[in-house]
Write a protein that binds this ligand. Sequence first.
Ligand code: ADP
Ligand code: MP5
Length: 247
Amino acid sequence: MQAERPFVMSIAGYDPSGGAGVLADNKTFEQLKVQGLGVCTAITLQTESECLSLNWQPLEEIVSAIDILMKNYHVESFKIGVIKDAQFLTQIVEKIKSINPEAKIVWDPVLKSTSEFSFFDLNTISELENVLKHIDLMTPNYHEYQVLRENHLFEKSENSCSVLIKGGHRKDQLGTDVLVQSGKEISIHPTDKTSVYYPKHGSGCVLSSAIASHLALGKNIEDACRNGKLYIEKFLKSNPTLLGFHV
Ligand SMILES: Nc1ncnc2c1ncn2[C@@H]1O[C@H](COP(=O)(O)OP(=O)(O)O)[C@@H](O)[C@H]1O
Ligand SMILES: Cc1ncc(COP(=O)(O)O)c(N)n1
């Protein structure tokens, strides 16, 4: 008999190319042997090289889908992806915590797609502070971290969650991610610096859903980030196009 798999939910956008969003997240969940669920925040029309349109789902429908799924399945951890604004995030997190206060939450704050399509309403950054206390980990890329910091998000570290600053766009140490936890910094380097990594559309989605999977499997935040890094490295080495293989 197979062991029970913990449930993990992706609350993210739909990308019909499957490179990013709920499809990419659920491919990752399957590979990491957790049971995936998916609630769409937005329907996008995009390929790996361009984003053509974005239609937000009504917030009440998103929250009601989370409610129904959580009442049927005990969901251990969540990966939240593209979100319209701070109000969306706050209501989603409040719903999750009202049903399972122990649930682990990872938020990948996608401000723009690699193809420069804007997602999150930057005017609402100042309203994020309260909701961050209920999130376990945020995973901004290097540019997103700078924008959030310039908007004073991480000023009161006691109010912040753990932050994994991803290094896929760094010029100095390409591929080194930095985990900031209670003011301490832990660098997570690529395991094999000589390897060729092919930059990929949606790699931030794959990393954050791999981390959410490892949290559901019982790892702490640091170990989940280290294991997520091993998974994303395999993914980035998989093939030289912008769409990767989950191996
Ligand atoms: N060229 C690369 N070499 C090594 N690791 C990379 C490379 N590009 C991305 N990564 C890794 O992939 C993950 C996603 O990072 P990043 O590309 O910065 O996120 P995003 O897709 O959100 O912009 C991180 O773990 C990062 O270190
Ligand atoms: C639905 C959805 N979610 C996330 C991203 C970000 O991915 P990337 O920054 O790699 O384009 C995206 N393009 N689409």
